[in-house]
Structure formats: structure tokens, C-alpha cells
Design a protein. Structure first.
Length: 161
């Protein structure tokens, strides 16, 4: 008999991951807030979760393995989000991920304008906030909760069957 409780939680996390990706792209393309490199990296765990959960739901297999992989993904995403938060708050220095240096040293007016258009946003600069908190701050808590949920489901897998 299929595991209804785990499938429902998988479905809810799938919907939430799709919503999180939709919101990120909406903020970027509709509201015109340019993301930094770490903002783009923080989307990857949601993409992975959509793929893994979709495979699990459609094949009706690999549920237990998916739970442990998803918990590792979400705990890793928590660390990435905390790192981003640390850069935003100034207690962690920007790294190569946030590198804003360009190797092109041309000085023409057109080259300078093109370079400014392509220049990435600094990971320190928060361009979008909700209730005064950056999206990296929200990602810390969301990914931590999702990681704990996946771990709990994994540990209680046999009880939920």
C-alpha cells in the first residue's frame, strides 16, 4: 500500500519548492531586482528537490533514499544561506563566488557601459526584503525546517508505512 503521509508531505514540499522558484524568478524578472551570484546558487537546492520529489512521486520508488538525499540537500542549502547572510551582515568576507572583478581593462565609453550592464550584484547588497528580512534570512529558516522534516520522515519511515 502506498505511503499516503509521506506522499502528501512530498507533494507539499514539491509545491513549496516550485513556489519558491516562481517567487525568485518573479522578483528577478517582474520586479526587476537583480540577484547576486549566491542568490542564484540558493535556487539550486529547490531545483534539485523538484526533480527528486517528482521522480519519487511518479515512479513510486526510492522514497527512503529520496528522504536522506533531500535532507542533505536542505541542510547544505541552510549552510549556503547562512554564509550569504553572513556576507550581508558583514561578519563574513565576500569570496570568489561573489567576485566582482572583471579582467577586461578597456577604457572606451561603450566598453565601460557594457561592463556596467554585465556587472554582477554584490552579495553584500540586499536588493529585496520582506518584513525587513532578506531572502537569504528566510532561506536559512525554510531550509532548516525542510531538512529537519526530511530527517524526521527518514527516521520514522517504517512507522509511517
Amino acid at each position: 500500500m502506498p505511503n499516503i503521509k509521506n506522499r502528501m508531505i512530498f507533494s507539499l514540499i514539491l509545491l513549496f519548492s516550485i513556489f519558491a522558484l516562481f517567487a525568485a524568478y518573479f522578483i528577478q524578472y517582474v520586479l526587476k531586482h537583480q540577484p547576486c551570484n549566491l542568490c542564484l546558487i540558493e535556487r539550486i537546492p529547490y531545483i534539485f528537490s523538484v526533480i527528486i520529489i517528482s521522480i519519487c512521486l511518479f515512479t513510486k520508488r526510492f522514497e527512503k533514499l529520496s528522504l536522506i538525499i533531500l535532507s542533505l540537500i536542505f541542510f547544505s542549502a541552510t549552510l549556503i544561506a547562512f554564509y550569504h547572510y553572513g556576507i550581508e551582515q558583514g561578519f563574513i568576507k565576500e569570496s570568489l563566488v561573489c567576485d566582482l572583478n572583471n579582467e577586461d581593462n578597456s577604457i572606451s565609453k561603450e566598453a565601460l557601459l557594457n561592463q556596467l550592464k554585465k556587472m554582477p550584484i554584490s552579495c553584500r547588497d540586499v536588493t529585496f526584503k520582506i518584513f525587513g528580512l532578506s531572502l537569504a534570512t528566510f532561506n536559512i529558516f525554510i531550509n532548516l525546517v525542510l531538512g529537519v522534516m526530511m530527517t524526521k520522515l527518514f527516521l520514522n519511515y517504517e512507522k509511517n508505512r
